[in-house]
Design a protein around this ligand. Structure first.
Ligand code: FAD
Ligand code: EPU
Length: 338
């Protein structure tokens, strides 16, 4: 049965720890709850927002509409297609890192670099989560969901998801329309590891062998050192995307900043480091009221306690403005602002 809370607090449902409220919060615990929700008047109430664990969302106001929060659990190993691969399906409400742990424990490879990313399985395809040289799109076989406008089931092959760097169709035409119910992955038994990320390569020197388990341990160690734990310091990970610029633009910046970090991107373009641009713009470890940039990583905006969403957004705007003035590069937000 669906559970509906009127005037719900969202403080435990966003990792920034913003004190926002929702007019209606609808929790779905079982697959059949979706049909019950669709036949209730709440399904026609607007606006509507789909919320996972709120680790990539900034609420700047109370949400005067319906928040749908899928908590459906379940993991199914569907088949072992060949001796080399495993097809595995996880429900939207599974906590992402528990699912990664489940796969690694069984020596299913492909997701280990994505260890310790907060959030739910249902959200992983939305921005095509990525870390330490891997994007989840590389392991996704299909995404299944329900179209909240028609009530029809929809299946998206990986190709139909239109994955890009922190991007997919679920952020555009299907945003708040497709309720993702499950994600199916194609994982490996004969592993091909991705260990070219310099920091990961160094960390792996501490282990005698390379396996999904040691990569997971190495990634967890790096992340625990570098990233703030939202239960101590509210945040939503990287606030902006790393900007992708033309080769000419990168070359012109390199003449002034020869050590500027840069990475090859698709179509001959160059990915720059937003953290570096922000640091060079003088914003590292700064505070603006109760909001600030994290002392070790200025791309992460933090809530020093009691910050409002508007305060965090004001800080983000000031940072973007400074980066624009200094480098003529627009920063695009990764975090969804609601
Ligand atoms: P939410 O924040 O609740 O939602 C995110 C978006 O997905 C929203 O648009 C929402 O509407 C949509 N959505 C959520 N669930 C569903 C569903 N079932 N159906 C349809 N739409 C849905 N991200 C990375 O990519 N790499 C990282 O390394 C990384 N590190 C992080 C570190 C920290 C400390 C934190 C706090 C965040 C980090 N993130 C990272 C961001 C975040 O973990 C991911 O974006 C995650 O996938 C968000 O999951 P969520 O369940 O919290 O989604
Ligand atoms: N840097 C600085 N100053 C700093 C920190 C970093 O100049 O204080 C520069 C360094 O040159 C460093 C570079 O920034 O080499 C990159 O830093 P880092 O390795 O921390 O990665 P990132 O580019 O800032 C991205 C993702 C993270 C992901 C890590 C690891 C984006 C927007 N962010 O961060 O994802 O965990 O790489 O792969 O692509 C997220 O999306 O929320 C997220 C945390």
């Amino acid at each position: 049965m669906i559970s509906v809370t009127e005037h719900a607090s969202l403080i435990g449902l966003n990792t920034f720890g913003i004190k926002a409220g929702a007019r209606y919060l609808v929790q779905l615990d079982e697959e059949k709850d979706v049909q019950e929700f669709l036949s209730s008047p709440l399904a026609r109430h607007q606006p509507l927002l789909i919320l996972g664990s709120g680790s990539n969302i900034l609420f700047i106001n109370d949400f005067n509409g319906v928040i749908v929060h899928p908590r459906i659990r379940g993991i199914e190993v569907e088949s072992s297609v060949s001796g080399h691969e495993v097809i595995i399906k996880a429900a939207a409400g599974e906590p992402w890192d528990d699912f990664v742990g489940y796969c690694v424990k069984r020596d299913f490879g492909g997701l280990e670099n994505l260890s310790l990313i907060p959030g739910s399985v249902g959200a992983c395809p939305v921005q095509n989560i990525g870390a330490y040289g891997v994007e989840v799109s590389g392991a996704i076989e299909k995404v299944e969901g329900v179209d909240l406008q028609t009530g029809r089931k929809q299946i998206f092959s990986s190709k139909k998801c239109m994955f890009g760097y922190r991007d997919s169709v679920f952020k555009h035409e299907w945003k708040d329309r497709l309720l993702i119910m499950s994600v199916t992955f194609r994982l490996t038994r004969n592993h091909v590891f991705s260990t070219r990320y310099a920091e990961l390569e160094r960390e792996l020197d501490n282990f005698a062998e390379t396996s999904p388990d040691t990569i997971r341990q190495a990634v967890i160690a790096i992340r625990r050192r570098k990233l703030p734990d939202p239960s101590d310091l509210g945040n939503a990970g990287s606030f902006f995307k790393n900007p992708i610029v033309s080769k000419d633009k990168a070359a012109s910046l390199l003449r002034t900043f020869p050590t500027m970090p840069r990475f090859d991107a698709a179509d001959g373009q160059v990915k720059l480091s937003a953290a570096w641009l922000i640091e060079k713009s003088g914003w590292k470890a700064r505070k603006l009221g109760n909001a600030g940039t994290y002392k070790k990583q200025p791309l992460i905006l933090v809530n020093h306690g009691n910050a409002s969403g508007a305060e965090i957004l004001e800080l983000a705007k000031q940072i973007s403005r400074t980066v624009m003035n200094r480098f003529a590069i627009p920063l695009e937000t990764e975090v969804r602002i609601v």
